[in-house]
Each structure stands twice: as C-alpha cells, then as structure tokens.
Ligand binder design. Structure first.
Ligand code: SF4
Length: 308
C-alpha cells in the first residue's frame, strides 16, 4: 500500500480498519445516501463561496464589498452545487438555502465581531494543497480551507458547515486521550484531530511558512445555532457561527497527535484490517450503526448472528 495518506483515509482506518479495506482497497461502493449528499453539498457551497470571496478581496476591501461578493458567490455556488431532489420537499430546500445564506452573513457581520471579514481579507491561500513526506511514515497530503496571515504568523481555518459540541474535539484533550487509550471511540472527531495534526505539520513544510512563524489552528462551525421566526409574510432566520480554537490543544498534545497519525498510517501500510481486536466492542457500538458496508461486512454479520 503505497498511496499517500490524507486525513480522510486515516479517519476511515481509525474508525474501522475493515471499513478502510472496503473503501480504499476494494473500492467498494457504499451505496447512495441522499441525506449525506445534501449535507456534503451544503458544506461544499459554504466553503467554496468563502474561498472564492477570499481570492477576490484584500486588506483594502471595504466590509460592504466583501459581504456583497460573498452573497453573489453563495448564490452562484448554491445554484450550481445543490439539488432540490436530495431534500424531502421544496420547502426544506428553501429553508436550508436561507439558513446557509444567513450563516455567510453572520460570519461576515461587521457589527458583531467581524471575524470572517478579517479571515477573508487577510487570506494568503485557500484550498491550499499541503503535500509533504514524513521521514518515517512516507507521503502525506491534505487541503487547508483557508490560511490567514496573522500578526505573528499563520492561522489555518477549516470550515465546518455546522458546529456541535458532540462532534467537535474537547479543548482539553480528554477525549483524545480516551481515544488513544482505547476507553472510548469518537468517529465524528477523528477527522478533525487528523486535520489539525496533519495540516499543522504540512504547513511547516509549505512555502507559505517561514521559520519562526507562529501557527494557529481553528475550526469554524458556520451554523452553530439557528432560529426560525414566523412573520406576516413567511418566516425569518437567524444563524450564529462559532470559532473553535484548537491551537492550545495541539501545542499541549503534540505527541498524542503524532501517535494517532503514526498508528493509523503503520496499520494501513502493514495491511492490518481485522477490526475484531481490543477495540472491537467500541467499533460495534460507535461505528457499525452508521456504516454503509454493514450488509457486506462479515465481521458485523457474524456478530449479529451470534446474538440472534
Ligand atoms: S459494519 Fe462495522 S465492522 Fe463492518 S466495516 Fe462497517 S464499521 Fe467496520
């Protein structure tokens, strides 16, 4: 197995080694999931609209121009990248469009904290392809949504369509510790940990980085809360986003991130795809329920048969 690894591949392996084997070794189709399709499309629209806007503005662009460009980009991306057929109804499609548009507006709202305005105006690269070779583990790569110049260095931002405390890593690293010592399993946090650890490392080997630059990392959940209020003509929506700074988590747990990347990469390289080891119970509890390969998976079926 010589392919370079990415956060997505390592996440799949850590979630369940057999899932990795089905997906990346046998290239097995997991079947269509319209609920996932619309979620990914919405995330793609939000990312792309912000990234396009970042490439069109700089520190001299006034807030109103940034906001107006972002709205135009959002409208164009929504039309091009979403499909109303993946929604349960036209009303649900329209509601999601309005929530997503409001999320962009909130991120670029100058009256509150205006955080997004600074992130776009000071961007030095979007969808930055980070490629590097680790001396021990081999070729790695990933794409950073937005890299922003700060007073002391560079800030990596990874946009998430939504924020939820259940799906985002703890800032104190207690969940990461449990993942590594095998007392818990967090499928929805794995990729975020890997993005943090890998993008940080990848940036230090990218031309944007100069020795001495201070690196920071944040996830930005564009839809952290949403409210729908009836009006005389229909309804209005109010959306708030949330910045989730991960810099201290990485600095204080660098070796734990290294272990996560190391264990998954060496597991893939050695072809260790049997999930029924020490973590089997946790994989069954936390991963099998959402797995697209259930019906093809002998490990899962054998366990079901045992208890039926
Ligand atoms: S059904 Fe469970 S054991 Fe089988 S591939 Fe999926 S997560 Fe792994």
């Amino acid at each position: 197995m010589t392919d370079r690894v990415s956060p997505s591949r390592l996440q799949t392996y850590l979630n369940c080694p057999r899932q990795f084997e089905f997906k990346y070794i046998h290239d097995l189709d997991g079947g269509e999931r319209t609920d996932l399709e619309r979620y990914f499309n919405r995330g793609d629209v939000l990312d792309t609209a912000l990234q396009l806007t970042a490439t069109e503005v700089d520190t001299d662009t006034d807030p109103e121009t940034v906001q107006s460009l972002a709205r135009e980009n959002f409208t164009e991306c929504w039309q091009r990248k979403t499909d109303s057929d993946t929604y349960p109804s036209p009303a649900a499609y329209e509601f999601d469009r309005r929530i997503s548009a409001a999320a962009i507006d909130d991120y670029l709202e100058a009256e509150t904290d205006g955080e997004g305005l600074a992130h776009l105006r000071r961007s030095v690269g979007t969808e930055v392809h980070l490629e590097w070779t680790d001396d021990e583990l081999g070729a790695m790569h990933g794409y950073a949504d937005n890299i922003v110049e700060t007073r002391d260095g560079l800030l990596i931002i990874d946009y998430k369509a939504s924020y939820s405390g259940r799906r985002f890593p703890n800032k104190n690293g207690s969940d990461l510790e449990k993942q590594l010592n095998g007392t818990n399993h967090y499928p929805s946090r794995l990729k975020k940990w890997l993005q943090l650890g890998m993008y940080w490392e990848g940036l230090t080997q990218h031309e944007l980085y100069s020795p001495g630059d201070e690196i920071r990392f944040m996830f930005y959940g564009l839809i952290a809360s949403k409210e729908r209020t009836p009006t005389k003509t229909g309804y209005s929506v109010d959306v708030r986003g949330k910045a989730w700074e991960m810099t201290d988590l990485y600095r204080e747990n660098t070796s734990a991130f290294r272990t996560l990347i190391d264990e998954s990469t060496t597991g893939i390289q050695s072809g260790a795809f049997d999930p029924t080891g020490d973590r089997w119970e946790l994989i069954q509890e936390e991963a099998c329920g959402d797995c697209d390969y259930q019906s093809a998976c002998g490990d899962y079926i054998a366990e079901e048969v045992k208890f039926s």
